[in-house]
Design a protein around this ligand. Sequence first.
Ligand code: FES
Ligand SMILES: [Fe+2]
Length: 338
Amino acid sequence: MKVPFTWKVTGWFVIGWSAEFPVGESRALHYFGEELAAYRDESGELHVLSAHCRHLGAHIGHGGKVVGDCIECPFHGWRWGPDGSNRYIPYQPDRPNRALKLRVYPVQEQHGVVFLWHQPDGKPPQWELPDIFTKFPEFGAGPDEYYRAFPEFSRKADREPVHPQIVAENGPDSSHFRYVHGASVTPVCLDWQMVDNEWRFLTGWPDARSDDPSEMSLRIHSHFSGLGFAISAFEGVQNHRLIFACTPVDDETSDLFYSIWWPRNPGDSSDVPPEDVRAQVERRFLVTVFEDLNIWRYQQYVEKPPLAKIDAEPYMAMRQWAKQFYEVPPADAVVSNA
Ligand code: FES
Ligand SMILES: [Fe+2]
C-alpha cells in the first residue's frame, strides 16, 4: 500500500511472543527495514541488536551462540553484549574493542508478549509501555483470572501490505462492522479522545432487545499506544481483553499480531483454555483480523476522503494525532533543494 507518510514509525511495537524466544537461543528478525538479531541470554533476559557483526558483517541472528549475557558471532567468535558493545575477541582475549557497537533496540516483555521500541534515529523510549491489565483498572481482574493468550488465542499474519495507521483508522470506523464483520447492529462511537501518545475510544453495541437506543449490550474500551498497537477491554456480554498490533517490516508491509485473554471459567485453576472455550473464541473472535485483512490487502489510501458527517471529526483528528509518530519523511519523498 502506498501511503504519504513513513513506515519508520516511532513507538512501541510487538515483535512476537515470549515463548518464541527460548533461553540460550538467537533468532533473526526483520523490522523497519533493518536486519535484527534477538537472543535470550542465560539469565533469561531478552535482547535485540542490529544483526550485522561489526567485524566482517556476518548476521549474528543466524547461528549466533549465547554465551553468558553475550551473543557470539558464528563467523570468528567475536562476542557482543546487551549494551551492543564488543566484549571479547578470541585471538586477543584481553583487548576487546569496546568502542565498536551494535545498535541496541530496547525490548520489554509483558504477559507473554514481546515489545520493541523503535525510533528512526535510535533515541530511547519516549513513553512508558502501558500494561495490558493495569490499563483498565476499573475492570479489576488480573492476569490469573484469564486463560493464557499464547499459543491458543494468538494469531499472526506475516508481511501484509498494511500500514499501522490503516489499522488505527479502523477504530473510529463503526460502520464497517455490519459489512466486514457481519454484525447485526451497527456499533456507535460513544467517546474518543487523544491523550499524548494515546488515542482512546469507546464503542458501544446497542442492545437489539431494547427500544432505548442508548441501551448498550457491550462496550469496547480501546486505547492505542502510538500507532503500534491497541489494548482493548470488553465490558458487558463479553469480558475479555485483547491486543492488536501492527509492526512495519519494511516500506511496504507489516506483521500483524493478535492476542486475546479470555476470562477463566469459575473455579478453573488452569491457564490452558478448555476445548469448548477454545472452539468458541476461535470461531467468533480470532477470525475478525482476517476479515479486516481482506479489505486492507487491496485498499488504496485516500488522502481526502469524502467522509460522512458522523465519521469526519474522529477520523481527521486521528490522522492529525498520528503525525507525531512520523519523525522522518516517507522513503520516496521528493527532496527539494529550493
Ligand atoms: S564477522 Fe563476526 S566475528 Fe568476524
Ligand atoms: Fe474491523
